[in-house]
Write a protein that binds this ligand. Sequence first.
Ligand SMILES: Nc1ncnc2c1ncn2[C@@H]1O[C@H](COP(=O)(O)OP(=O)(O)O)[C@@H](O)[C@H]1O
Ligand SMILES: [Mg+2]
Length: 338
Amino acid sequence: MDGVVVGPRQDETVGARGHDARVLQIEGLRKAYGDVVALDGVDLDVQAGEIVALLGPNGAGKTTLVSIVAGLRKADAGVVRVDGLDALARSAEVRRRIGLAPQDTGLYPVVTVRQNFLLFGELAGMSRSELHTRIDEVAEALALTDLLDRQAGQLSGGQKRRVHTALALLHSPRLLLLDEATTGADVETRGHLLDLVRQLATDGSAVLYSTHYLAEVETLGSNVVILDRGQVIVRGGVDELIAAHAKPVVELHFEGPVPDLGLDGSATVEGQLVRLATPDPAATLVEVLPKVPRDSLQSVEIVRPSLESVYLALAGRRYDEADREQTTTSEVPSVPAR
Ligand SMILES: Nc1ncnc2c1ncn2[C@@H]1O[C@H](COP(=O)(O)OP(=O)(O)O)[C@@H](O)[C@H]1O
Ligand SMILES: [Mg+2]
């Protein structure tokens, strides 16, 4: 499938003084698990201050990608650089620059939330005083202040997810990797998380985060990379992608069987629903409605194009709830890279 690249061109990422704004550079990344090709030649950059949403259906390779960048899995081929440092050759330095909240949450359950923070902060090389200030800041931002002295294992799922994500942010990493951080989070938690992500980006970090919530990506106004079957099929800003790939759709819902409206090939029929993609919904309605028999039409809707439409146009299927991954909460810490 053809992909358009509407992100910054390579030569624009190097500033006048030769300073490279790319925090993350991925080139030709490949990874197979036996016969299953999870990543099939992925190129991807994330610049300082940029938030990139990594979208793709279940099994697209998002977790594999994020895990390789964080040094938790080994690629078969390709290069990963963080701040220009080769992630394999300089793994210790690279890991210190990365904050990772993996898809499966892992906290030390028998100690308090604060002790979890202290432990991870020390592992990330933070000083005690720096750590205390930052714990207060992050806890405040994620509404965790009242939970700091609770045992981590006793928190609710949403609370655990907040702590889990807070751990990744604690040392203000150069590169923040969030793998489905907002999955299962309530609206308020999601709001807090996104605010914090925005703040980190404003302060100059690069953020790569996978999510299944397209509306969230639209709100954030982040750039988007759609991964499908281990390949990047498109990259760009939300508005650019919508303008390039999606049209408004007129939806006609019928009672009973869809009547013959003499529609052309651009119309699709799904059960009792007819969808007409059109640049001019009003003109299309005026044209079609006179052909509709009385009493058979149940409702008419004009659907504005969204990221969902882009996804539908490019991946050929809906990005719906069924695609969402089951995210588990384990009691076993699984996170050497923070
Ligand atoms: N540890 C593993 N062993 C074998 N196959 C795996 C493993 N992890 C992922 N896969 C496979 O690789 C593909 C990509 O998976 P993953 O990176 O988890 O995708 P996503 O996070 O986008 O759902 C899938 O087909 C998945 O089944
Ligand atoms: Mg995943």
